[in-house]
Design a protein around this ligand. Structure first.
Ligand code: FES
Length: 90
């Protein structure tokens, strides 16, 4: 398997993003990573409000913020950033 750069996922845990879906999204991401064996190259973290509440809920992956990241779409968003030759995309 090729080496891949670390996948860094940060979930806004500010009150607006949290209540508008990130409370569920972070649980879904954690479950997905646990169910598929969390790869050592995935870093999941939270952060406080960054003043972009009106666009939330916000999730950032490798430095790119995805506004309006609804919980029902978050796993597909995550899969889009996993390497194509990984075992977690199915
Ligand atoms: S609560 Fe997420 S940007 Fe403000």
């Amino acid at each position: 398997m090729r080496e891949h750069r670390p996948l860094q996922i940060t979930v806004c845990m500010g009150s607006s993003c949290f209540s508008r879906g990130n409370n569920r999204s972070v649980a879904l991401i954690q479950k997905f990573l646990a169910d598929h064996g969390m790869p050592a190259t995935v870093e999941l973290a939270g952060h406080l409000c960054e003043g972009q509440c009106k666009n939330g809920p916000n999730i950032t992956i490798n430095g790119v913020t995805y506004p309006g990241s609804a919980p029902d779409a978050v796993i597909n968003l995550l899969k889009r950033h996993l390497p194509e030759d990984n075992p977690w995309t199915t």
